[in-house]
Design a binder for this molecule. Structure first.
Ligand code: ADP
Length: 491
């Protein structure tokens, strides 16, 4: 039951929980390996019943004082928290690149600045959260947004720092106390977050981190009746289990799940732009929920588009994510690689044609080639199910009605991309049933905009006011304009 540190990428990290402002070890641990070369990085504490209990009690004890601070007072702490993340920027980059396989360059230029902004932006915007007035003829309504209580945050391995701060930012700014359960395949940058929180002077219990596996630590946390909210990003089967456990206690859940989003290329699209953007769908080895993975290309431009995209894909640099030039890194875990490979093999067995890729990549044991499959049918497994790897499909269409039908023809509804003459692309995009869709672009994200999916892609929206609505209890304090006279006929 050590509380010793492990060294990863030259950074000393605690593999233990962070509960009530202290590191807590566990008699049970699990082994962590790097996806780059399968090297053992260390052993990480499993979250047992005692740890979950201690974290919940600590978060409950910290709640009254933290929730009673004004948003401006909390902002002072949270700005310092963001500063402390910034001071450790290099550590976050090197560690997440090593334990999750994210590109070092993307960590440096995209993820870490965004993680800091996630904390700062919500701290700023919580300032005008409380007391939104509604005035009618008969009453003045003070609509309060009160913190809900102890919030459990469960994040996945494909971008742990980004997704954890995206939830912690609004949850903490609104005055909740939090328990973060990091992903067991990439738990280390969340542990660094605890160091940043401690250095920033966040009061003990405001942010707790319980490491561990989903089926043990995660399941215990989300099934506890003392918690007020669960915010989850991950897979559909896990979301079902979480929603059931939380639902038994009527605890609201925000669920941001997978996608099988369409990438539409209309006949009037800029094919060069669409092809360049198309290659971005292999980012993070395709382990990105919001990627457009089903290419729907107008039949008259399909051949030209395929050749243009092939040219981009052939130039992609696949390799060690810690090297500056690398554009595509590894698959997170051998189990995930097998899953990806299984999807491709079954698709090919049932008639899919490989346009490029289709196999493991020689760079390393956990690498898979950027792959494009065509000759696939709408009801095929490869078109209907999320692969979460560098595997895309391509179908053609002849008119707007048929592309809309194809785009909407899965159980998912997260996002989408639509390339075409702008008005035409918007007209088609308006008919696509997803939580968001990008016109002639991809991945443009603003913190104030809603993010989330419909159908199997999730429940609820995150971002801006949507995050605050979820993490708050809304209360209407009604003050009548005229003296109130009690009467049974009064309405
Ligand atoms: P994937 O299947 O892509 O690995 P998951 O959705 O299973 O992703 O995991 C996302 C997060 O959910 C991880 O932090 C994992 O530990 C957690 N998790 C898995 N199962 C459960 C569960 N039953 N209850 C709570 N959290 C869970």
């Amino acid at each position: 039951m050590s509380t010793s540190q492990i060294e990863v990428a030259g950074v000393l990290i605690s593999p233990d929980h962070y509960i009530d402002g202290r590191r807590v070890g566990s008699p049970e641990t699990f082994e962590l390996r790097s996806p780059i070369d399968q090297r053992v990085l260390g052993v990480v504490s499993e979250g047992l019943e005692d740890h979950v209990e201690a974290a919940i009690e600590s978060a409950r004890a910290a709640f009254p004082a933290w929730s009673l601070l004004s948003a401006a007072e909390r902002k002072v702490y949270l700005d310092r928290f963001a500063d402390e993340i910034g001071k450790r920027a290099d550590d976050f980059c090197r560690v997440e690149s090593t334990d999750a396989g994210l590109l070092l360059s993307r960590m440096r230029h995209g993820v870490v600045p965004r993680a800091m902004l996630n904390i700062r932006w919500f701290a700023n915007h919580a300032l005008d959260l409380q007391n939104r007035p509604i005035d009618t003829e008969q009453a003045h309504h003070r609509v309060r947004h009160d913190p809900a209580g102890v919030v459990v945050i469960i994040t996945p391995w494909n971008s742990p720092l980004l997704l954890s701060t995206w939830k912690l930012g609004p949850a903490l700014a609104a005055g909740n106390t939090c328990i973060l359960k990091p992903p067991e395949w990439a738990p280390l940058t969340c542990s660094l977050l605890a160091d940043a929180a401690q250095a920033a002077g966040l009061p003990p219990g405001v942010l707790n981190i319980v490491q561990g596996t989903g089926s043990r630590a995660g399941a215990k946390l989300v099934g506890d009746p003392r918690i007020a909210r669960v915010s989850f990003t991950g897979s559909v089967p896990t979301a079902r289990r979480i929603a059931q456990a939380a639902g038994a206690n009527l605890v609201p859940c925000s669920l941001e799940l997978g996608g099988k989003s369409p990438f539409i290329v209309l006949e009037d699209a800029d094919l060069d732009g669409a092809a360049a953007t198309g290659a971005l769908m292999y980012r993070n080895a395709g382990q990105v929920c919001l990627a457009g993975t089903r290419f729907l290309v107008h039949e008259r431009v399909a051949d030209a588009f395929v050749e243009k995209m092939r040219a981009h894909v052939e130039r992609l640099v696949i390799g060690d994510p810690r090297e500056e030039a690398t554009e595509i890194g590894p698959i997170i875990h051998p189990r995930q690689l097998e899953r990806v490979e299984g999807f491709v093999q079954r698709a090919v067995e049932t008639g899919a044609r490989v346009l490029w890729g289709g196999d493991r990549h020689a760079f390393g044991a956990q690498y898979f080639q950027p792959t494009m499959l065509t000759n696939v049918g709408q009801h095929d497994e490869i078109v209907q199910n999320e692969v979460f790897g560098p595997v895309l499909t391509l179908q053609t269409f002849s008119d707007d009605d048929s592309v809309v039908a194809l785009a909407n023809g899965t159980d998912y509804g997260l996002g989408g991309v639509c390339y075409g003459e702008t008005d035409h692309a918007i007209a088609v995009a308006d008919r696509v049933r997803t939580g968001f869709i990008w016109i002639n672009s991809f991945g443009v994200r603003d913190l104030e905009a809603p993010f989330g999916g419909i159908k199997r892609s999730g429940i609820g929206r995150e971002g801006g006011d949507w995050s605050f609505e979820f993490f708050c209890d809304v209360k209407d304090v009604v003050i009548p304009r005229k003296p109130f006279r009690a009467s049974f006929s009064h309405r």
